[in-house]
Design a protein around this ligand. Structure first.
Ligand code: ADP
Ligand code: ZN
Length: 522
């Protein structure tokens, strides 16, 4: 079908979905896909990714295949599409033989427009054989970050998607994700062999979310006080373990809040009921593990609390992203302690070395984020490869209650000179050792004790220099070397600064080291 007229596309949007406008860059994305081009979409949660393949599915001849990692999510989407009068179905392990036979028949007859498939099912030969007989319009890969080991939600089956698609012949592919750091983005494109794809990145800035990090100290007391201040409002509290979920849900109920637990260990009926109760506002608060939230679209979630430290900033951004979807207030509060980081690290101790190392790097980013004095919003956006330039966002703890500032001009100069003199090949720890004049193995083997910068910053401790380097990175005088993991390079801005330095203000990190919460130790 040809949809050349701008208005024609809009008309179909209205006709099928009842929306009168496209949001953000939906329309450009949809046109790109309809033109038969490979398309890569990075759009924050709730911004409307699904429409980017749902509408084209209706407009193109043939069957659109949507690869999606979660069976529960599939059913929701299919129900929703059916409600719009779109013939959408899913193929996964929950179907009986008879149901599969019928489904195949309907697909081959061209009755079905959208087929949601779990990656596990796509792996099966019989599925491939069947799909080869169907006229496939395009393939959409939802939650595409699952393909990357560098992301927060790696699924090995996702690695096989490219081969499966190749089996089906030549057709456009649209990959979509809500979280992709520049590194993950590259990884996805490489894996799907779509380096040439048109990439559409929407801003990740969620203006109405307030970000705050507090020390995990007398946490229960703090939590109850916080909830009392927001009584009757809808919110999510994330905890690390099922046990903690149960404990906190109970604590809240005892204290007169309407709260329900949600985690994968609950009976499916109970879990469903608790989720529905939350959506229907029978309960105000859902206390949950990260099992909760994918695909849940409650617009008026007023707060998202992380009772425990999340495993990655991607995860954190996703989970907080469930707050304030209606554009109104959304408070994101995280309780933070080093002890949590240690606990998370211990979980990984039996994993393969590479996986453990990846998880450790993600955790380290979490640590930097929590302890940094820099605007939270700037940090989060920087993490996703976006620059936030506003001096003060007015919507995070570090902007509203700024930490004491000091003149960091000389410190930044020294950092940049050190990076330069070590040929832009080293990471944070080595740079700190050179600056402080710590003669460890590496310093010795590279002969870095001979450098002019060696020991120039000896009067400050390692934490100070780590903080300066991280701030230099976030303010983009330095950048990560994508080809040399861990190494820092001088950016264009950094080069300019070295030629013509200007005054730079920095601040001291938060100090969470002294905060130990006795009640959390058990
Ligand atoms: P994502 O997958 O990016 O998290 P969804 O595709 O679930 O987001 O969309 C979030 C919500 O926005 C859904 O309720 C969807 O119906 C709605 N939506 C999407 N596009 C539009 C639009 N153009 N106009 C109005 N609502 C939209
Ligand atoms: Zn801020």
């Amino acid at each position: 079908m040809l949809v050349e007229e701008k208005d024609a596309l809009k008309e179909r949007l209205k006709e099928i979905f009842g929306y009168s406008q496209f949001r953000g860059n939906q329309e450009t994305i949809i046109r790109n896909l309809l033109d038969g081009k490979n398309t890569f979409v990075i759009m924050p949660t709730g911004a409307g990714k699904s429409l980017c393949y749902q509408l084209p599915a209706m407009l193109r001849e043939g069957l659109a295949i949507v690869i999606s990692p979660l069976i529960a999510l599939m059913k929701n989407q299919v129900d929703q599409m059916n409600a719009y009068g779109v013939n959408a179905r899913f193929l996964n392990s929950t179907l009986s033989k008879g149901e599969i036979t019928r489904l195949k028949k309907d697909c081959m007859n061209g009755v079905v427009k959208l087929l949601y498939v779990a990656p596990e099912s796509l792996n099966k030969e019989e599925t491939i054989d069947f799909l080869k007989k169907v006229n496939v319009a395009f393939v959409a890969i939802d939650e595409a970050h699952c393909i990357s080991e560098w992301g927060h939600d790696f699924r090995p089956e996702y690695r096989k998607i490219k081969t499966m698609i190749q089996n089906l012949g030549d057709m456009p592919v649209i990959a979509l994700t809500a979280t992709a750091t520049p590194k993950v983005q590259l990884d996805i494109q490489k894996n799907l062999q779509m380096e040439e794809a048109d990439v559409f990145i929407s801003s990740f800035n969620r203006k109405n979310l307030y970000y705050e990090v507090r020390p995990k100290k007398e946490t229960k007391k703090q939590l109850i006080k916080f909830l009392k201040d927001h009584k009757g409002k809808s919110g999510v509290i994330y905890c690390l373990s099922r046990k903690k979920v149960e404990e906190i849900a109970q604590l809240l109920n005892v204290n007169g809040f309407k709260a329900a637990p949600y985690h994968a260990g609950l009976d499916p009926d109970v879990r469903m009921k608790n989720q529905d109760d939350f959506l229907n506002e029978e309960v105000d608060i859902i206390v949950a593990t990260i099992a909760f939230g994918m695909g849940i679209d409650k617009p008026d979630v007023r707060f998202v609390v992380h009772y425990d430290v999340p495993k990655s900033l991607e995860g954190y951004y996703q989970e907080t992203g469930r707050g304030g979807r209606d554009g109104l207030e959304g408070l994101c509060l995280m309780f933070y302690s080093h002890n949590d980081l240690n606990k998370l690290e211990k979980f990984n101790k039996d994993k393969p070395v590479q996986e453990r190392e990846n998880a450790r790097i993600l955790l380290q980013e979490m640590e930097y984020y929590a302890e940094s004095p820099v605007c939270r919003r700037r940090q989060l956006l920087h993490y996703f490869g976006e620059e936030y330039t506003q001096e003060n966002c007015g919507m995070c703890d570090n902007c509203v209650h700024p930490r004491e500032r000091f003149d960091g001009t000389e410190a930044v100069k020294l950092v940049l000179q050190t990076v330069k003199q070590t040929n832009e090949r080293f990471g944070l720890n080595h740079l700190v050792n050179v600056i402080r004049g710590v003669e460890d193995e590496y310093v010795k083997s590279y002969g870095h004790f001979d450098l002019a910068v060696y020991g120039k910053g000896a009067e400050e401790d390692a934490d100070y220099w780590k903080s300066v380097i991280r701030q230099t990175l976030i303010y983009q005088y330095l950048e990560k070397d994508i080809d040399n993991i861990g190494a820092l390079k001088i950016s264009e801005r950094g080069e300019k600064f070295l030629k013509k330095p200007h005054a730079i203000e920095l601040a001291r990190d938060h100090d969470f080291t002294t905060e130990v919460d006795e009640e959390e130790e058990s």
